[in-house]
Design a binder for this molecule. Sequence first.
Ligand code: PRP
Ligand code: URA
Length: 207
Amino acid sequence: MIHELTNPVTKTLVTHLRDQRRDAIRFRHTVAELTKQLVYEALKDFPLVEKEIVPWQGNDIFSSINEESIVVVTVLRAGMPMLDSVMELLPNAVAGFLAMKRDETTHESKLYYDRLPNCKDKNILLVDPMVATGGSMMDALELIKTRKPKRIITLNIIGSPEGLERVSNAHSDVDIYIAQIDERLDENKYIIPGLGDAGDRAYNTPE
Ligand code: PRP
Ligand code: URA
């Protein structure tokens, strides 16, 4: 199911991201802030477990998300600020890495590095800011599913209706949390209005 955030603060931050004057450091910072909003929304019904801590006094058992049950999988490059942001909120979560690059002629994504940890029976948070054709998400989901996770949630910033529909139709068991669904794809399969190439915007590689 697709869940689009409606909070006005979310929309304001997406507008900041679209502004080409937003430099790389502020771009990554805004992506990170949006990611935190996505995490709060996506995990609002997540079960709490009892956790033993060392308190300053009294009771030593308190409620917590079982962070170790969460694997945060990022898609390089543009997913990196999102991974850092989730790991700030859930420091005991486990991180996984997939590197993919869209071929800018065929628009097909190609996996060139896979460093997934143990995903069996884990809750996966798959983070990638852009869902354009949906090809990268599809490939990532197919790969992750071979590792038998318990549940998969994706966190995305901007998506096209066609890309999201493609992913959602093929993976109806996956919950997609997204800050903004945009209008369409252009002839080069870029999201309109979108924000351009998220990896280039985040890391100063404008070619
Ligand atoms: C971007 C983005 C997604 C992909 C989305 O990555 O981060 O992974 O494009 O496009 P799709 O839905 O059509 O597959 P890109 O391949 O540009 O790599 P980068 O992050 O290294 O710039
Ligand atoms: N990748 C991006 O970073 N932006 C798009 O609009 C499409 C693919």
